[in-house]
Write a protein that binds this ligand. Structure first.
Ligand SMILES: *Cc1c(COP(=O)(O)O)cnc(C)c1O
Length: 425
């Protein structure tokens, strides 16, 4: 699309007087190409909250949410947001009028004591000196990476890293080398060959891979970072709140807390709110506040969202028993699907993301539709979100879905797998 646009712009310039092709016609043409590949997407709203919702008039059990602890509907989280919307963020300070939008960037008129409080709570949870809040996880990644690496520097990136990491790497202008998924030996070989020719080096990886549900080899990667004078950045969007006794994430789970230099996370998944952050040393955070463009040139997160996030962080730290429930649900569903004969992406058992492999886009969407007809919603994931031939249902589970509902869902998986031929392939 970008290339096509460039070509179109070039043609236009050289054609001089010639009228540019209509925008709608160009959009139609691009959409036709997407449709021809079987990759056309439509938004189909899901209404209701919690494990059960309604889609196109049908009641469905949602096995596709990242709200792993059910915090998006937790009464204390909702109350925190509502109070701030009605009475303002600085109730204690006596300011007293309700507030939604923050009115500016953190560096101009937008910064509130509550933003700072949330950053401090995140830093304490992650075990770092400081943290910086961003409007979303996506914004955190596309802001932080170019702030830390640029032309003359080297970035090593896992081939299955999240799109926001990939975009951040591209924006940085650094040399990018992609290593095979989870393969620290491949990363080491690339470092041996390339490290000497670059000034700084950043190793970038998802902590929990968002589509596969497996973990990055953080112990090996942190050792590489040490040996090669590189910095390790981990995107723990799906580990935060989910892994480790204290829920601080993949580093805690793998016993490498303190060895990850740049800890990115999101407030929009297990924390049930919205926003992103980077936790790390004080100077790292100071640099991000001065150099990350998505921090500098974007409005500070809205007051009710900040209040909800803070309530969620406090709750999530203490939700050890809910986390255990979540891990047990994840194991139960994984073992159940395996027992039925489905081919799964080998993932970490505690991670509530299960990739049920379906192959090409056709059977992927057929399986998702057959399942939905039977009352279970799990999104079908097609290329380009996953590599060609690796289409899947991304089945995710939360702590708040009951074991009975999961057993009921497994029967629906079996029926849908049979009718679509996904089972027994
Ligand atoms: C969802 C996700 C993000 C983006 O976070 P948002 O807060 O949704 O913008 C970044 N990285 C990974 C691995 C994710 O899964």
């Amino acid at each position: 699309m970008v290339e096509e646009n460039r070509e179109a712009a070039g043609q236009q310039a050289s054609a001089g007087q010639q009228a540019p092709a209509g925008l709608d016609a160009a959009c139609r043409e691009a959409l036709a190409a997407i449709t021809a590949q079987g990759l056309m997407r439509h938004l189909r709203p899901l209404s209701g909250s919690g494990p059960w919702a309604e889609r196109d008039g049908r009641r469905v059990l949602v096995l596709g949410s990242n709200d792993y602890l059910g915090l998006s509907t937790h009464p204390a989280v909702a109350r925190a947001a509502a109070q701030v919307a009605e009475a303002g963020m600085d109730v204690a300070g006596g300011v007293g009028t309700g507030e939604v939008g923050s009115g500016g960037s953190r560096l101009t008129a937008g910064s509130r004591p509550a933003h700072r409080e949330l950053e401090e709570a995140l830093a304490a949870w992650k075990g770092t000196e400081d943290a910086v809040l961003f409007g979303s996880g996506y914004l955190a990644n596309i802001g932080a990476i170019p702030a830390l690496a640029g032309p003359g520097d080297l970035i090593l990136s896992d081939t299955l890293n999240h799109a926001s990491l990939i975009d951040g790497c591209r924006l940085s202008g650094a040399a990018i080398r992609v290593y095979r998924h989870g393969d620290a030996d491949h990363a080491a070989a690339l470092l041996r060959a390339e490290r000497g020719r670059h000034r700084h080096c950043l190793l970038v990886t998802d902590g929990v891979f968002s589509m596969d549900g497996d973990l990055a080899p953080l112990p090996a990667l942190s050792a590489l970072a040490r040996d090669y004078g590189a910095w390790l950045m981990v995107d723990d969007a799906h580990g935060t709140g989910v892994l480790g006794e204290g829920g601080s994430g993949t580093a805690e789970h793998l016993g490498v807390r303190g060895l990850v230099d740049v800890q990115m996370g999101t407030l929009s998944k297990a924390l049930g709110a919205e926003g992103g952050f980077v936790a790390g040393s004080r100077v790292l955070c100071d640099l991000l506040r001065n150099r990350a463009r998505s921090f500098i040139f974007s409005t500070a997160p809205a007051a009710p969202v900040v209040a909800a996030s803070l309530a969620a962080v406090v709750l999530a730290r203490g939700m050890a028993s809910e986390r255990r429930e979540l891990w047990e649900n994840a194991c139960f569903l994984r073992e159940g699907l395996e027992g039925l004969g489905f081919r799964l992406v080998p993932g970490e058992p505690r991670v509530p993301i299960i990739g049920l492999l379906t192959g090409e886009a056709g059977p992927t969407m057929a399986m998702a539709a057959a399942l939905e007809e039977r009352g279970v919603y799990a999104p079908g994931i097609r290329p380009p979100a996953v590599p060609p031939g690796r289409g899947r249902l991304r089945v995710s589970v939360t702590a708040v879905v009951s074991r009975e509902d999961l057993s009921w869902a497994l029967e629906r998986f079996l029926a849908a797998g049979r009718v679509t031929g996904v089972l027994g392939r």
